[in-house]
Structures are given as structure tokens and as C-alpha cells.
Design a protein around this ligand. Structure first.
Ligand SMILES: C[S@@+](CC[C@H](N)C(=O)[O-])C[C@H]1O[C@@H](n2cnc3c(N)ncnc32)[C@H](O)[C@@H]1O
Length: 390
């Protein structure tokens, strides 16, 4: 729950106690937990033991999380997961593919096993057999996640000194240079060199997002669809497969729109328009406008004005779809405020918002029938739909 306009969370979950009782409970709980003797007792007493162990393990994950991410990065860069894609390998076979000393290789493989990236079968041979683990298989099957694992090396460098990151002027980071539009005064002057890396990353991570959106909202009833900030057109290519009847219009920075045009290769019924959505007129007449992973990149003023411009560009009766990961997502609250909070801070603009905030802004710009449509994996994307009155 967001505490009013300050954005300060109460941090409470589950049953809502009256304020005075909540404060007393917090004071009492924290005093107890700060005491190592109490901690020892809680983890020894049979009624509290399981919970204390679980909380200790969760706290340790917070302490050690960066190591887990680097184990994953090492596995990815060394091709450990890919080696096991088609089936298990013996320890010697896997080791020989890694170009590491036996001791270093074993250290990495055991670490990956502990993180469920790998599984080791030591049952009936003298030599262990390595399999993909459940998390390893799920990640290997997700091109977007693999692209993000490698991309996070940039964020990791910015986070080496998190206090310095938070104290420096926003935008003086490597991640801000990676996403030049986040801090540029004139983003539309960015050349193809400056947009290439992020455009490829967005295309690689678009597959699952597109399916989530297309499964949640029926695109087949629209005749002209405008995708604002549409990247190289990967999302619209998915749309075209489901809704071949629609004319498609993509709007993005000139260098990105040029790449989209190249990738569509002159396909009929597709237009790619270059411009700056903060200043240039948006193409009019669409009966569906999509903003896929756009609003969270921008500070409130630009995000609100973009919603206003999109609402105005819609044909009367047309619909606006906003799809992105949101803050306060049940079961994924860390993703919104912890992951995206720091990611977007380092990037130099934007923030993850709640569904309530975006819905309120939609209402402000005159949209109606605002509703959230469920998606299968809300962590990846949530979907808010609204309509311009006819
Ligand atoms: C995070 S990417 C999302 C791309 C795509 N919608 C997707 O989900 O894969 C944001 C996109 O917005 C575009 N963009 C950012 N600022 C823009 C601006 N001022 N005018 C037009 N496009 C902009 C970027 O070039 C980029 O393609």
C-alpha cells in the first residue's frame, strides 16, 4: 500500500492493525529481533524454529544475492546452460567445455547446482552426471532473460558503490549512456550507433511480453493500431500474426524507426514514423494505441503528457493499452520498487508506478472504462486498458 502522496510504504502486510497498535508491534518486534539472544532462542524453540529458519534464509539471500547473480552470469558467459540443452553431460565432458581449472569448474558447477540452475546425478556411476536444473531450463528457454543477464553487467558496474550512485546527479552513469533518450534534451538526434544496443535488447526481451499482451487483449477488432515507442517493430510483428486485418503504425525516435522500417522490409499495411513523442505530433486516427514498456522510462511530467497526447491522438471511441511491469504487483513487489527503482534511478529517469497511479492519470486525460486485464505473469507485464469516449 502506498502511504498517500509521499510514496512511503507502511511496509505492513496481511492483517491491517490500527495505527497505534501497528507501531507498538513494530517497536516490540524490532527490539526482539535486534537481540542476538532472542534470535538464538527463536531458532531453537520448536514452535518458532521453522519460521526463524525461513526468515534467516531470506535475510541471507538479501546479503548474498549479488553472488547468485554473478554465478548466473558466469554460467551464461561460459555456456554452461547451453552445453546441457540437449541432455546431460558427464562431469568430465562438461568441464572440458568450460576452459576452467577442475577446481574452479567444480566450484562454479556446485554453486549453480545450489541455485537450481543445474542438477547433479551421482547415483549410479563413478562420475557425476550434470543436468539442467529447473531454473536453468526455464532461463535457457527465455531469450529475454538471457539478454538481461548479460545486460545487467552494465547496471552492476553502476551499483558497485550504491551510495555514490544515489548521491551523484541522476544520469551520470553507464546505464544512462546505454539509454541515451532517458537523459537527452533532444533524443531525436540520436544516431543508429546510440540506439542499436538497447533496440536489440528490447527486441530480444519482447517475445514473452508480446504474448502476454496479445493473450489478454483482443487486437482483432481494431483497424488501425499505433505502437508508440515501438522499437524495431518486434511487438507489431507479433500483432500482425494475430490481427492481420489491421493497418500498423510504429512511432519511435528517427534512428529506431529507420531500423523498424528496414526490418519490415516494405511490408504493405505498415508505416514506421520517426519523431520525438515529447514534442512532435503523434500520428492521428488509430482506434488502438499501445504503450508497451514506455511510461516507466520517463519522469511524471513527460509520462502524463504522453498519456494526454496519446488520448488526444486516438480516434473517438478508440482504446489505449498500457503494458509494463508495475509497482505493487502482488507476489512481485520487489521487482517494482527494488529492482526497477534502482534500475531506473541508474538509467536517469522514470519510475515503476502502481496500476492506481496510471489509472488516475488516464482518468485525468479524459479516458473512460479504465480496467486492468489479467496477465499470466504479472511480474513481466501488467495491462491497463482505457477508452476515449466516442
Ligand atoms: C524501453 S523501450 C521499449 C520498446 C518497445 N515498446 C518494447 O517494449 O520492446 C522504449 C522505446 O521508446 C523509444 N523512445 C524513448 N523516448 C522517445 C521519444 N522521446 N520519442 C519517441 N520514442 C522514444 C525508444 O527509442 C525505445 O524504442
Amino acid at each position: 500500500m502506498i502511504g498517500g502522496s509521499t510514496g512511503i510504504s507502511t511496509g505492513s502486510r496481511g492483517v491491517q492493525l490500527p495505527g497505534w497498535l501497528r507501531d507498538r508491534w513494530r517497536r516490540w518486534r524490532n527490539a526482539k529481533l535486534l537481540d542476538p539472544l532472542v534470535q538464538r532462542k527463536l531458532s531453537g524453540f520448536w514452535i518458532t524454529r521453522r519460521r526463524a529458519q525461513r526468515e534467516a534464509s531470506e535475510a541471507f539471500d538479501l546479503v548474498a544475492g549479488f553472488v547468485y547473480s554473478q554465478v548466473l552470469l558466469a554460467c551464461h558467459r561460459l555456456g554452461v546452460l547451453t552445453q546441457l540443452r540437449d541432455g546431460p553431460l558427464t562431469h568430465k565432458q562438461l568441464l572440458s567445455a568450460l576452459d576452467l581449472s577442475p577446481a574452479a569448474g567444480l566450484t562454479l558447477l556446485r554453486a549453480a547446482e545450489a541455485l537450481d540452475l543445474l542438477e547433479c546425478d551421482e547415483s549410479d556411476t563413478n562420475e557425476p552426471i550434470w543436468w539442467l536444473g529447473s531454473k536453468g531450463a526455464a532461463l535457457l528457454g527465455n531469450a529475454g532473460a538471457l539478454a538481461m543477464i548479460e545486460h545487467h553487467a552494465v547496471l552492476y558496474r553502476d551499483l558497485v558503490d550504491p551510495v555514490a550512485l544515489l548521491r551523484s546527479p541522476r544520469g551520470s552513469t553507464e546505464l544512462a549512456r546505454y539509454w541515451p533518450y532517458a537523459t537527452a534534451d533532444t533524443p531525436s538526434t540520436a544516431g543508429s550507433e546510440q540506439v542499436r544496443a538497447y533496440t536489440a535488447l528490447m527486441a530480444a526481451s519482447q517475445g514473452l511480453v508480446a504474448d502476454e499482451i496479445l493473450d489478454s487483449y483482443d487486437f482483432t477488432r481494431h483497424r488501425r493500431i499505433l505502437d508508440i515507442g515501438g522499437g524495431d517493430g518486434t511487438f507489431l510483428r507479433h500483432v500482425r500474426q494475430r490481427a492481420p486485418q489491421a493497418q500498423l503504425v510504429l512511432f519511435d525516435l528517427p534512428a529506431v524507426a529507420a531500423e523498424a522500417r528496414r526490418r519490415f522490409g516494405g511490408a504493405s499495411g505498415v508505416e514506421c514514423i520517426g519523431g520525438d513523442f515529447a514534442h512532435d505530433a503523434l500520428p492521428a486516427g488509430a482506434d488502438l494505441i499501445t504503450l508497451v514498456r514506455i511510461l516507466h522510462d520517463h519522469d511524471d511530467e513527460l509520462a502524463r503528457s504522453l498519456l494526454h497526447r496519446a488520448a488526444t491522438a486516438l480516434a473517438p471511441g478508440g482504446c489505449l493499452v498500457v503494458a509494463e511491469p508495475l509497482a505493487g504487483t502482488p507476489g512481485a513487489v520487489r521487482m517494482g520498487n527494488a529492482y526497477f527503482g534502482l534500475y531506473l534511478w541508474a538509467m536517469g529517469s522514470g519510475r515503476a508506478r502502481t496500476a492506481a497511479e496510471i489509472s488516475a492519470w488516464m482518468r485525468e486525460v479524459g479516458l473512460v472504462d479504465i480496467e486492468e486485464r489479467p496477465t499470466r505473469i504479472p511480474l513481466q507485464t501488467r495491462l491497463i486498458v482505457a477508452r476515449r469516449p466516442a
